[in-house]
Design a binder for this molecule. Structure first.
Ligand code: DGT
Ligand code: CA
Ligand code: CA
Length: 579
């Protein structure tokens, strides 16, 4: 039994309970959601826990009490949950699928079922085509449009997984292949090497003189669910994680050109190949050749690009967005690197919705060799994230002062900055009084509510916060969640313009499902004289590692270190924040 199957049932029960609030309490809904999350993120099958430790074992899991443990037991023993089946009988709809669409909650899904008989996305699409949603009470044309956009996004993203999932997986596979001692060289290529935000499949390139053995080893890895094609130069497998993985083996002398070729992207390659032709050369995955088809040895990618009369381009730039012209005129910037980052200006603790304490986050930051982190908890209007009011902030600041002192006495370099991720309210004002904001080292502002505003209204709302002179950083400026919801409607260039005028820094949020600003918006923002901050938005100690995804995104937006404020020392930073 898959944990995910049971978790989904729990989530769906929570949704059903939400439809009939009289029969249940808010508490029960929360309990099912929390249990769903616990089950979904378990590191072993819940069935095994039950087999080993019985009901007691289930109850030792976070958020699972006796009642919920009974439900899990019922499911393991009978394969179903009576309560769930009763709901399904009453509402025979695919609630999980429908509520996946931004703008459709459980109640609206039921409404759609009662009024138009909509049971799933296919039904919903038909009704949109027939313009039926726009005529429904509680929906209207605007809502029909936004539902249509969300469905398109959902379908477009099908099958692509987050870089934050694919990269660790690819690294782990490469690690195992290296340990086999069957490879002489091995690299991740494709969209992962370019740090694209979502990944269609994993591409690995290797040199091996025992390629048959290597392919056997690869296709027998524990991560593999089944083999799609198996050959001595290319093997494709389907991974249990729900993505396929290509392993290609090439000759040592072809490694550089193969790496260049399989890193892509395709459009970049086509352009490069044409430039080769214009120089009477031929470039393909096997190598670079002259007009008599004589092989020209290249020891690395740098060599190839140089022989074609251009500078080396970091993989993140290879998207055919003008980088080739830049390389031909030798103007490729020195891009920011992970090691340039000295701190993280967006970190939560369990004072709001983080999972670790102030002390734990500080310890984690030290382990990650950071020099400073800003403690940016949510503010009071964000009740579901346990946002802090002025009084709780004042208490938190005292604790930060004390901890800073303690850390200094221990001769460590880390400094904790007093900050907040202050909510930008519906009318553009900030969710904390001025006195509290003035006590902070820096303030980040963000939108967390009323996502559905008109474009102009949303733009003015955010600009008002930017002009308040009370925020330093605008967090996740577009609010999009990859594969989940599009950003709010926004005149983004007006935001960049306002940030330039008011010295407000744009965040590049590194959280794998955010990456906001994204690469294209960063390129757009670079037309303005603005700075960026690569932040993790950590809600747990391990999240501090996400900086690498934000860095990749910044590199895809061609940013140099000078443009990134958290590459600066704390003293320089304080000057910038003072303004
Ligand atoms: P993905 O997998 O959709 O996230 O994106 P990629 O870029 O990893 O694409 P993939 O896996 O289809 O192919 C890997 C690389 O191989 C791609 O970035 C460039 C190269 N490549 C694939 N097909 C072609 C092609 O038809 N022509 C050229 N020139 N290169 C190609
Ligand atoms: Ca790929
Ligand atoms: Ca591929």
């Amino acid at each position: 039994m898959e944990n995910k199957v049971l978790a989904d049932i729990f989530y769906e029960i929570a949704d059903f309970l939400d439809i009939e609030p009289t029969k249940s309490s808010k508490f029960e809904i929360m309990a099912y959601k929390k249990a769903g999350l616990t089950i979904e993120t378990l590191q072993e099958p819940i069935e095994d826990i039950y087999k080993k430790y019985g009901k007691k074992g289930l109850m030792s899991l976070p958020g699972i009490g006796s009642g919920l443990a009974d439900k899990i037991e019922e499911f393991i023993k009978t394969g179903k949950i009576k309560k769930y089946n009763e709901f399904k009988k009453k509402y025979p709809i695919d609630l999980r699928q429908l509520t996946n669409i931004e703008g459709i909650g459980a109640r609206k899904a039921i409404l759609l079922y009662k009024k138009l008989g909509i049971r799933n996305i296919a039904d919903l699409k038909r009704s949109i085509e027939q313009n039926k949603i726009s005529k429904l009470q509680n929906f209207g044309p605007k809502s029909q449009d936004s539902i249509k956009r969300s469905i398109e996004l959902l379908e477009k993203s099908k099958g692509r997984i987050l870089l934050g999932v694919a990269l660790p997986l690819a690294e782990q596979i490469v690690e195992q292949l290296k340990k086999s001692n069957l490879t002489d060289k091995i690299e991740i290529s494709g969209s992962i090497r370019r740090m694209r935000e979502t990944i269609g499949d994993i591409d690995i390139l290797a040199v091996s003189n025992q390629s048959k053995k290597l392919m056997d080893f690869f296709s027998e890895l524990n991560d593999v669910e089944n083999i799609i094609v198996k050959g001595e130069t290319k093997t494709t497998v389907w991974l249990k994680a729900g993505i396929s993985c290509d392993l290609r083996v090439v000759k040592n002398k072809s490694f550089a050109s193969a790496l260049q070729y399989f890193t892509g992207n395709k459009e970049h390659n086509i352009n490069i190949r044409e430039i080769a032709i214009s120089k009477n050369l031929k470039l393909n995955e096997y190598g670079l050749f002259d007009n008599k088809n004589k092989f020209i040895y290249c020891s690395n990618e740098n060599d190839i690009y140089e022989k074609l009369g251009m500078q080396y381009m970091p993989p993140e730039m290879r998207e055919d967005r003008g980088e080739i012209k830049l390389a031909q005129s030798h103007k490729i910037p020195k891009l920011v690197e992970l090691k340039d980052l000295k701190g993280d200006l967006h970190v939560h603790t369990d004072d709001s919705d983080g999972e670790n304490s102030l002390e734990e986050m500080a310890a984690a930051a030290q382990n990650n060799k950071l020099e400073y982190i800003a403690i940016t908890n949510h503010t009071k209007s964000l009740k579901i994230a346990n946002g802090l009011d002025e009084k709780r902030f004042s208490n938190l600041f005292e604790r930060i002062d004390k901890l800073n002192q303690k850390i200094q006495e221990s001769a460590n370099k880390l400094i904790l900055l007093k900050s907040a991720e202050v909510d930008i309210l519906k009318n553009g004002t900030l969710d904390l009084d001025k006195k509290t904001l003035d006590q902070m080292d820096c303030v980040i502002g963000a939108v967390h509510s009323y996502f559905k505003m008109e474009k102009n209204e949303m733009t003015s709302r955010i600009i008002k916060a930017i002009e308040s002179s009370n925020i330093n950083i605008l967090a996740h400026p577009t609010g999009r969640l990859i594969n989940e919801r599009p950003g709010y409607l926004l005149d983004i260039e007006k935001i960049f313009e306002a940030c330039e005028k008011n010295n407000v820094i744009l965040e590049i949020n590194s959280f794998p499902n955010r990456l906001d600003l994204n690469d294209t918006n960063i390129l757009l923002a670079s037309k303005y004289n603005v700075m960026f901050s690569i932040d993790t938005d950590s809600h747990r100690a391990e999240h501090l590692k996400f900086l690498k995804y934000g860095t990749g995104t910044a590199r895809r937006g061609w940013l140099a270190k000078e443009k990134i404020i958290n590459s600066k020392s704390l003293d320089q930073l304080k000057q910038i924040f003072k303004k």
